[in-house]
Design a protein around this ligand. Structure first.
Ligand code: 5GP
Ligand code: MG
Ligand code: MG
Length: 183
């Protein structure tokens, strides 16, 4: 172990790498069934969804295209700024195609609510959401993801793509940070 191993800062592991992979495999089986024979475009929301996109897409067996958007709704800390900006738009034309937005977490739902209507205005055949995590208590917008890995309590989690000040994305598990990290 390195002297300052990133995993040392967790107080609790909520989901292990193995649990995450097992849940993604279940979600992928549903998605494969629902989108059979359809022109599927996975839209990953940078940067948090990178790990989910990598593992979910490889658990799928059908043909698909992967594209990415970068939007900003959070500052560098743990509070929502309430502002959504496009930092990087899609390369793909999604008109007439089936879009599945891939994200790692829905908190207030502000980002995905905005993104869903933005993508919806481009004439796709459908727009749905797959998210690994959702915080039902924090939800402020009426969005209904078609695929949800787990509902979690309203607390700040890191790992598996989820950052705190751009760190901890490379943790293989998902967990909560020791309070000493925030102070
Ligand atoms: P929302 O718009 O649903 O409030 O959340 C937008 C983004 O905030 C998420 O995609 C994620 O990047 C970040 N976020 C929300 N909750 C958490 C959390 O518990 N941990 C981390 N690391 N990021 C979060
Ligand atoms: Mg995200
Ligand atoms: Mg973040």
């Amino acid at each position: 172990m390195h002297a300052s191993d990133v995993a040392d800062d967790l107080v609790e592991v909520l989901f292990t790498e193995a649990q995450i992979q097992a849940r993604l495999a279940e979600m992928a089986a549903e998605i494969d069934r629902d989108y059979e024979g359809k022109d599927l475009v996975l839209v990953g929301v940078l940067r948090g969804a990178v790990m989910v996109m990598a593992d979910l897409s490889r658990a799928l067996t059908q043909h698909l295209e992967m594209d990415w958007m970068a939007v900003s709704s959070y500052g560098s800390g743990t509070k929502s700024s309430g502002v959504v900006r496009i930092l990087k738009d899609l390369d793909a034309d999604i008109a007439g195609r089936h879009v599945l937005i891939v994200d790692e977490i829905i908190d207030t739902g502000l980002t995905l609510s905005w993104l869903t209507s933005n993508l919806g205005s481009r004439g796709p055949a459908s727009v749905e959401i797959a998210t690994l995590l959702r915080k039902p208590e924090a939800l402020q917008m009426p969005i209904t993801p078609k695929y949800v890995g787990w509902d979690i309590p309203n607390e700040f989690v890191v790992g598996y793509g989820l950052d705190y000040r751009e760190r901890y994305r490379n943790l293989r598990d998902i967990g909560t940070l020791s309070p000493k990290i925030y102070s």
